[in-house]
Design a protein around this ligand. Sequence first.
Ligand code: PMM
Length: 266
Amino acid sequence: MGVVNVTPDSFSDGGLWFDPKLAVDHGFRLAAEGADIVDVGGESTRPGAKRPPIEEELRRVVPVIRELAAAGLTVSVDTMRAEVAEQALKAGAHLVNDVSGGLADPDILRVVADAGVPVVLMHWRGHADHMQQHTTYTDVVTELMQELRPRVDAALAAGVDTDRIVIDPGLGFAKTWDHNWTILNRLREIVDAGYPVLVAASRKTFLGELLADPTTGERRPPAQRDAATAALTITSALDGAWCIRVHEVPANIDAVRVAARLGAET
Ligand code: PMM
């Protein structure tokens, strides 16, 4: 899954694809490079981010989705709002990626059920302006799974088919950097729950911190975290992830192919 952030303020590529024409071109590029799904989002979820008004989110994503879907791409909409999901699906989106797992706007699950499309339910404990105040866990993997299960149940209760549900541990969302590493180390436990798993480690801050300059201590900038992202793509694919969400496709496609070949030996 390749990421198109139609936002002025995403941590990973803030503002680069804010112009709709550039966003569309970027979506085509990601698909040409091999992304099976292009994920279009209009709300930055970086820690501390303020939410855009709904009209602004619609204005950002709907035209981009319409154009990419009309050209035959498989498009997902990265939104927490039912109305945005509904308009995105009308514009041709095929999948809803809700980082709140249906918690921010529960009506989104009805929209997904009515449309008969797949949904990504991510583990989430609150909006970006306060999520890093909710990073207390005794056992992060056990607890995130305990908190995801009711989200899956809510989706099923809304009428979403069980085979259209994808789960996501939500790296960086109400997680410390250490939590992210623990989750990635124990990804198989999440895969073992039986739902397809999406992993989105791409360019996240815990990688910038790991790769900080040893002399200055300066964090590695987001655009220089792609090799580390690809390394995690290999481990995640080997652990059984269904989808890897990334900003930069070519190295990650190669990583998936390496993992597939290694996996074929076992
Ligand atoms: N992370 C971001 C945005 N959308 N969607 C899912 N399913 N999982 C994630 O971890 C996730 C997401 C963070 O921002 P980015 O678009 O700049 O990567």
